[in-house]
Design a protein around this ligand. Structure first.
Ligand code: PHE
Length: 371
């Protein structure tokens, strides 16, 4: 016999208890008998439907029919009952309480699981981690700084005086609407990771050995070898007796660790406002081994020279130390070297990719190969 809502005549606590108990038992019994979507829907409607569902009937028969003095007690009871019934109806599912009876409801733990592909490390990030790792083994720590930088950190404190032509070499992207500010506070997208040299020296006293990985921006139209956003790793070592010999030894070691022990290094004089003397570091081309040829063909990555430029470097200019002198960087007492390399170009060479744009288009078919 399906459950029907009885009329109540006795509103004593015991009678309410009994009626509620029977109602709950009936609901639980029906929940256990649900075997299909259609039955589940019918079950829900029967109990919950606004119009003439069992809960609505209980409301009408038990509450509205209650004598005045029993209304309060009956209200509390009916609310409890409603909560319990709602719970039963909402947790009801196909297969009901007794799920053993339905194979469809069982989990077969012998089936293979759902495979979720784990992502691959992006080739540029992977290269970055490798380079940072080489310096970490030498005792360097990692520092970072903001991508949106002030003129002061990107230029002035690095010994690029205001309006100096050396600034033109950086193809800077400026943030609009900054003209009302003093020049040194104006915002731009950092063109190199070198501003973090200053930021770190402001915070940490010498001796210092840090590498600084990060993104930088320049106003270069995108093509196969340029991207307006790219990655650099900066290095800075400051102590009481750092010499150009330390710079050469450190970078020679790092290049051998990165490209193999047979790689040779070669320094050529260069210019950066924040280092003096300055140099560019070349390594023997790791594609052709320095011969400039690949079989009978010219080697393209090194333009047949046998050498590849990998970074800019030099001894920290005393004028740079002047800006952080108060934190222990007296140029008469400390010296240091710095270097900065472009990670993307190294990743291109390393993986034999001929278009830098491929790194930043986010095409999974390209990136998957590096997984
Ligand atoms: N910041 C320079 C650039 O982006 C590279 C560099 C870093 C040179 C540190 C010397 C010392 O071109």
């Amino acid at each position: 016999m399906p459950y029907t809502v009885p009329k109540l005549t006795d509103y004593s606590a015991a009678a309410l208890e009994k009626a509620a108990g029977e109602c709950i038992a009936a609901c639980a019994g029906e929940a256990a008998e649900v075997h299909s979507d259609a039955e589940l829907k019918a079950f829900r409607d029967r109990w919950m439907a606004r119009k003439n569902g069992i809960l609505t009937q209980i409301n009408d028969l038990w509450l509205k029919g209650a004598p005045k003095e029993a209304k309060r007690e009956a209200g509390i009871r009916v609310n409890e009952l409603k909560a319990r019934i709602t719970e039963l109806v909402e947790s009801a599912h196909i297969g009901g309480g007794n799920s053993d009876s339905l194979a469809a409801d069982r989990v077969d733990i012998t089936l293979p699981g759902v495979k979720r592909p784990i992502g691959a490390e992006h080739p540029v990030i992977k290269t970055m981690h490798e380079i940072v790792g080489v310096f970490q083994k030498l005792g360097y720590s990692v520092a970072e700084g903001p991508v949106v930088e002030t003129d002061y950190y990107n230029f002035e404190a690095l010994n690029f005086p205001p309006n100096h032509p050396a600034r033109d070499t950086q193809d800077t992207l400026f943030i609009a609407g900054q003209q009302s500010k003093p020049q040194r506070e104006r915002l731009l997208l950092r063109t190199h990771t070198s501003p973090v040299q200053i930021r770190t020296m402001e915070k940490m006293r010498p001796p210092l050995r840090i590498v600084i990985p990060g993104t930088v921006h320049r106003n270069d139209p995108p093509d196969a070898s340029h991207s307006p956003m790219f990655h650099q790793i900066e290095g800075l070592a400051v102590d009481t007796n750092i010499t150009f010999g330390d710079l050469k030894g450190t970078l020679d070691h790092a290049m051998k660790a990165l490209f193999g022990s047979s790689v040779k290094t070669h320094f050529r004089p260069s210019f950066f406002p924040f280092t003096e003397p300055s140099a560019e570091l070349y390594v023997t081309c790791f594609i052709c081994g320095g011969s400039g040829k690949r079989g009978a063909d010219p080697c393209r990555p090194c333009k047949q020279t046998g050498w590849i430029e990998v970074l800019g470097c030099g001894m920290v200019d005393p004028n740079v130390f002047e800006f952080v002198k108060d934190n222990g960087y007296d140029p008469r007492k400390v010296s240091g070297f710095a270097f900065g390399m472009g990670v993307d170009r190294l990743a291109l060479l390393k993986y034999g990719v001929d278009d830098i744009q491929l790194f930043f288009q986010g095409d999974v078919r390209f990136l998957q190969q590096f997984g």
